[in-house]
Write a protein that binds this ligand. Structure first.
Ligand SMILES: C=C(O[C@H]1C=CC=C(C(=O)O)[C@@H]1O)C(=O)O
Length: 396
């Protein structure tokens, strides 16, 4: 395999095929890939360790010529891990061709017969998109939220994140690139991703590893545009909301408590308000220096699920999610991103996404709940969180 510098061109517009797109792009930088040199699928509680072992063995066999030597050059796998131990399928895909861009420098990596400049088929858009209930319709979701709040008021746990799903059915097979392009246009501050049909734009970074440095962007606590309320007023209300700050604190603590044993230094900056077109979040940035050389996947194993998508305490929250949602989250809310041959990479949390399969997309959105949460408000919040993918599918 070989990595060499290239010039010019946006990343997403290079993707040649309507399906099987591989992408991790934020504001024009990141990685896209196509073709499949290798794939590893795994499920169960040891999925991270098994994926890590497979990737080490795979890269050890490669004959690599890397003219750049930056994170994301050389061998790369796109990764998307299941939320739950069971059921759920996690996947690593090694593309035949990867095109990357970082700090204005671009490169291409090819494995074997990968075609560097394939013919790019025209991007197509659906004429109609209709919606139908998923496995957990809104009415059942509201009931699940009510029950979770009752359990928290009874002192069973402090925080849990419950999600629901929605089906979108288009008149023709959904072009993954159409959805990616729509998300990238409206959400440049998010990481736009596609791995094995899971497509989304996440504002939340579980962990990025660059050599000995790690960083994370923790989100929890949300508001969304209300008629007649200005953005600044919304942001002030979010920052001073005790309920949202509690939700946020649980998420930061879950990340920091699990990451600190792996680090020699760590700092937390926040919360501040991250404004997106559909919602605003409380956001904290965490930076650490690693002790030793744990791979990104093994760090992801330790951190997942943070209280931004699981809850506090973690084990009780995961059990309650399973009991009250009664649906398979699949890879929604699991780590998604890329890893390279040095153990560097970026794992986001797979939020604001849909699992796309032919004409159908299964959308997901969840809300962090604490004892003071109100079911109707949480239903509205979940609706706001589904808007990015709905609008990208519909092309609005
Ligand atoms: C679980 C989701 O969002 C999480 C991330 C940011 C804010 C959240 C919240 O305020 O509830 C959630 O914890 C989702 O988008 O499906």
């Amino acid at each position: 395999m070989r990595t060499r510098p290239v010039t010019g061109g946006g990343l997403l517009r290079r993707l040649p095929d309507p399906q099987r797109a591989l992408a991790w792009v934020r504001d024009g930088e990141g990685l896209v890939g196509w073709g499949e040199a290798a794939r590893f699928e795994v499920s169960g509680p040891d999925r991270f360790a098994e994926a890590d072992r497979w990737w080490r063995e795979f890269t050890a066999e490669l004959d690599v010529t890397d003219e750049l030597g930056v994170p994301g050059s050389g061998p790369v796998a796109f990764a998307s891990m299941a939320f739950a131990d069971e059921p759920g399928r996690s996947v690593l895909v090694v593309p035949r061709v990867v095109v990357g861009r970082r700090d204005g420098r671009a490169w291409v990596t090819t494995i074997g017969e990968g075609e560097e400049t394939p013919v790019v088929s025209p991007v197509t858009r659906p004429s109609t998109v209709r919606y139908a209930d998923g496995q957990l319709p809104v009415t059942a979701y509201r009931e699940a939220v009510r029950e979770a709040v009752a359990r928290m008021r009874a002192g069973e746990l402090a925080k849990v994140v419950l999600a629901h799903d929605l089906l979108a059915v288009a008149d023709t097979a959904i072009d993954h690139r159409f959805v990616l392009n729509g998300l990238a246009r409206r959400y440049p501050e998010c990481w736009v991703y596609a791995v094995d049909g899971l497509i989304g734009a996440t504002p939340e970074l579980l962990l990025r590893r660059t050599g000995p440095m790690v960083d994370s962007r923790v989100l929890a606590g949300t508001t969304w545009p209300h008629d007649g309320v200005g953005d600044d007023e919304l942001a002030r209300a979010l920052l001073s909301s005790g309920k949202n700050r509690d939700e946020h604190e649980y998420a930061v603590a879950s990340l920091v408590d699990t990451l600190s044993p792996f680090c020699t230094t760590m700092s937390v900056d926040g919360p501040s308000v991250l404004r997106l077109p559909n919602v605003s979040h409380l956001s904290s940035d965490v930076i650490g220096t690693l002790r030793g050389d744990p791979s990104l996947l093994r760090l992801g194993e330790a951190l997942h699920p943070t209280a931004a998508v699981g809850g506090t305490p973690r084990a009780e929250a995961v059990a309650l999610i399973r009991a009250l949602e009664g649906m398979d989250r699949g890879r929604y809310a699991g780590p998604v991103g890329w890893i390279d041959g040095n153990g560097d990479g970026e794992l986001g949390i797979a939020l604001r996404c849909a699992q796309v399969d032919g004409r159908t997309a299964r959308l997901f959105a969840g809300c962090g709940l604490v004892a003071e949460s109100d079911p109707d408000t949480e239903v509205r919040e979940a609706h706001a969180k589904m808007l990015p993918v709905r609008e990208a599918l519909e092309g609005v």
